[in-house]
Design a protein around this ligand. Structure first.
Ligand SMILES: *Cc1c(COP(=O)(O)O)cnc(C)c1O
Length: 371
């Protein structure tokens, strides 16, 4: 699905030097490299505070802890997402209220969000799924009206630019009260191990987030809050700092590959190619088709047989997962999520795609639909 080794080869000298510099400095935790990467990412995103953490799931958990919510408070979350988004909510004794998504964008909408609000709703976690921002203008407006916090799960859309109706542009993940991301190796900005970050423009929340991520300590051995140990290590920071310079080029390469797929595949009946919103750029973390004639599993089998990588993100709605079925506020069925889990199929997309690779994949799909 990705070609991390091909990507590494092109920047090998820079990466190797960055890693060796950290090893030679022997400052593995909280070293200057972490600060440098933090500053560069703040600048890239145009956000006041980046708080580097150990992974994207920790980022979400720390964000929720910082809101100081009470057991039973409801957090609205799309059911069509990676498990981490809802898992941390349940883990903290909060109630994940799972809602449906838009069938074209795969994202939460303002309308769906507003319908799910109750007196207990304290936060909403829109997920910018597959590389495109959810409709944040609508979401933050409704949230403000009801006094609800917005935490953006931006694990899949770092670098995606959202345009408001007045023309103002903001990076995905910097629009709500808090944004979180993951630098898991296969993400658009991938480390060589686990890594993540939290973003906010709120100075008070930033202090709180930093303290929680570091054992709740405001200074060494003075603990003001119950926190966690979630640090970005210096080697990962050094690698990410190199790769950040290429993030826009990487997004462009993914976009180019997506357009190439679009041209060849949008002609096929029964296939819906990814929808592109007017108000958000798409950084194509995934290139995800909807196969609308009930043949998704057969197509997957065909690609598997041809040795073509492909994957289903996500095969099971979160509310059907064993771990979530018995939670209070659980739903049984959401029609769009259910449908998407049966229709979606993601094709390989990464920074090293070539027309030759894509032609091979495309011809296998065309052959399947001609049978
Ligand atoms: C990858 C991902 C996460 C979790 O990130 P990790 O770094 O693997 O913990 C959370 N939410 C979404 C939507 C993701 O894709």
């Amino acid at each position: 699905m990705v070609d991390l080794s091909g990507q590494y080869k092109k920047i090998k000298n820079e990466i190797d030097k960055a890693v060796i510099d950290v090893i030679e400095s022997s400052v593995f935790i909280n070293g200057p490299k972490v600060k440098e990467f933090q500053k560069n990412l703040e600048e890239y995103l145009g956000v006041s505070h980046v708080i580097p953490v150990a992974n994207g799931t920790d980022a979400l958990q720390i964000a929720l802890i910082a809101l100081e919510l009470n057991q039973g408070d409801e957090i609205i979350v799309p059911a069509f997402t990676y498990v981490a988004t809802a898992e941390v909510i349940a883990l903290l004794g909060l109630t994940p209220v799972m809602v449906d998504v838009d069938p074209d964008t795969f994202n939460l909408t303002g309308e769906i969000f507003e319908k799910a609000i109750t007196e207990k709703t304290k936060a909403v976690v829109p997920v910018h799924l597959f590389g495109q921002s959810a409709d944040m203008e609508a979401i933050i407006k409704i949230a403000a009206k009801h006094g609800i916090y917005v935490i953006e799960d931006n694990a899949q859309a770092i670098g995606s630019l959202y345009t408001f109706s007045n023309g103002e542009k903001k990076q995905a993940g910097t629009i709500g009260n808090i944004g979180t991301t993951s630098f898991f190796p296969a993400k658009n900005l991938g480390a060589y191990g686990d890594a993540g970050a939290i973003f906010t423009n709120d100075d008070t929340l930033a202090t709180s987030l930093r303290v929680i991520a570091n054992h709740g300590q405001s200074r060494q051995y003075y603990h003001d809050k119950i926190g966690v140990n979630s640090r970005l290590d210096s080697i990962q920071a050094a690698i990410l700092d190199v790769k950040l310079k290429y993030l826009d080029d990487y997004a462009l390469a993914r976009e180019k590959a997506a357009t190439y797929y679009d041209k060849a595949l949008s002609e096929i009946d029964h296939i819906q190619t990814p929808h592109r919103c007017k108000n958000s750029t798409h950084v194509f973390h995934q290139y995800t088709l909807r196969i609308k004639n009930g043949k998704r599993d057969a197509l997957k089998q065909c690609l598997d047989n041809e040795g073509i990588p492909n994957n289903i993100y996500y095969p099971v709605p979160l509310y059907e997962q064993k771990a979530f079925r018995h939670l209070s506020g659980a739903v049984d069925y959401l029609p769009v999520t259910d449908m998407l889990c049966k229709q979606v199929l993601s094709l390989p997309i990464h920074t090293e795609m070539t027309p030759e690779i894509q032609d091979y994949i495309i011809s296998a799909i065309l052959k399947f639909f001609k049978q």
